[in-house]
Design a protein around this ligand. Structure first.
Ligand code: LLP
Length: 404
């Protein structure tokens, strides 16, 4: 996204034109940014050519997953719905891994029928169910066991997954027991150790600690894992002040790990692939003077983008038409929903805005639409994929008649 003649553009298109033509709120994705992210990701780890499974939960749009598939990525799914979507997008089953603490019998059956690469199990009970269903179907199913390495990911508490207080995976003691249990389960082939310690990680040190924990446990179990699935979690810069994750250091920690353990690495990135490709375009409905601050009331709300209300996440907001006139007021960007948490951000020294102006809420490609809802019975926004001068509608705006 760049300003050209003071107008904010995505690829070769003006946001103003998109807003007028397609209405607001609108999710707009940049194809070239997606391509750049995937190429960078591959480049960062090219020495050991990992299997990169896009974490579908971060963006479930069929067209987006289809584009990602074209770059050769697989998928990480956590429900039957996501698995169906990945398959529909044409992702080959042997590039799909299935994570999640509560897979139902129906989901496990479906995953077995589709012959996906791995079901990453998270408890003994789940392994027993997989074995039972596989036996009934006379199949041998490849599984992973998710380890909870008790590693602090140094990220938001709500998106940490690798500490012992979190529900995910099993601790090292149980992991040992389960490796032995799998050896005696005839319809299961244990192929993978999987981990995922959290999301929006910007410090490489938690990854180093995680690798150390995995290395120790593999040495102790003396089991040959075909795959080690390191999950996702690589953070992105939501503001210019945030330091970036040091991929070089993460890469060299993995290379050191691979010197000791001969295995194929799997990644499950979501945010680092799709996060900064998406922008939520919105219109100012009203500006209300609240005394201490001015409320900029947008037509986008917490149902369209949950992250600020759910995690206190901050997304940059940019004006679509730039001017040099700075407001003296404090601006609070809010949505029309009947909740006080329906606010995006409070800013000082923003450019002076007026009603009917458009603004862009940045870096919403990951966990934007996928976390959206119809709260307050609001139809979901249109989604557009921009490639150069081309605009493709990748999801129609919901209509009230779809909801009522
Ligand atoms: N693998 C597993 C097993 C996961 O649970 C997740 C994310 C990922 C991969 C992808 O993580 P990523 O590379 O996107 O960080 N809604 C929150 C994020 C929740 C992440 C849940 N798990 C947010 O908006 O920040």
């Amino acid at each position: 996204m760049k300003y050209k003649n003071k107008k904010l553009t995505i690829e070769k298109i003006n946001f103003q034109n998109l807003a007028i033509r397609f209405g607001t709120p609108a999710y707009c994705y940049s194809h070239s940014k997606l391509e750049e992210n995937i190429n960078n990701f591959k480049e960062n780890f090219k020495s050991f050519s990992p299997l990169i499974c896009f974490s579908v939960k971060s963006n479930t749009n069929l067209n987006i997953i289809r584009e990602i598939k074209k770059f050769g990525l697989g998928a990480d799914v956590v429900s039957k719905g996501e698995l169906m979507m990945a398959l529909k997008a044409g992702i080959s089953p042997n590039k799909i891994v299935f994570s999640g603490v509560g897979k139902t019998n129906d989901e496990i059956k479906f995953a077995i029928e589709k012959k996906i690469l791995l079901i990453n199990a998270e408890s003994k009970s789940e392994i027993q169910v997989i074995n039972k269903i596989a036996k009934r179907k006379k199949k041998i199913v490849q599984i992973g066991i998710r380890l909870n390495p008790n590693t602090d990911a140094k990220t938001l508490k709500q998106i940490s997954t690798g500490k012992s207080e979190n529900k995910f995976g099993v601790n090292s003691k149980t992991f040992h027991e389960l490796v032995n249990y799998c050896k005696n389960s005839k319809n299961i082939k244990l192929q993978c150790l999987s981990v995922h310690i959290g999301s929006q990680i910007l410090d490489h040190k938690p990854y180093e600690r995680m690798l150390k924990a995995i290395s120790n446990i593999i040495s102790k179990t003396k089991y040959k894992f075909e795959f080690v699935d390191l999950g996702g979690g690589m953070g992105i810069s939501y503001s210019n002040k945030i330091k970036k994750l040091n991929y070089k250091k993460y890469n060299s920690a993995i290379k050191n790990f691979l010197k000791k353990h001969n295995t194929k690495i799997i990644f499950e990135p979501g945010r680092s692939i799709i996060g900064n490709t998406g922008t939520l375009l919105s219109k100012i409905i009203y500006i209300k003077d609240g005394g201490i601050k001015k409320f900029i009331i947008l037509d986008a709300a917490m149902n369209d983008l949950m992250r600020p209300a759910l995690y206190g996440a901050v997304h940059k907001i940019l004006p679509i038409n730039k001017s040099n006139i700075i407001s003296r007021d404090i601006y609070e960007f809010v949505g029309p929903i009947c909740e006080s948490t329906d606010k995006f951000v409070t800013l000082k020294k923003f450019q002076k805005l007026k009603e009917k102006d458009f603004v862009a809420i940045c870096d919403v490609g990951a966990y934007g639409t996928s976390l959206s809802s119809n709260y307050n019975l609001r139809p979901k926004p249109i989604e557009l994929l921009i490639k150069g001068r081309k605009i493709k509608i990748i999801k129609n705006r919901q209509k009230h008649k779809d909801l009522i």
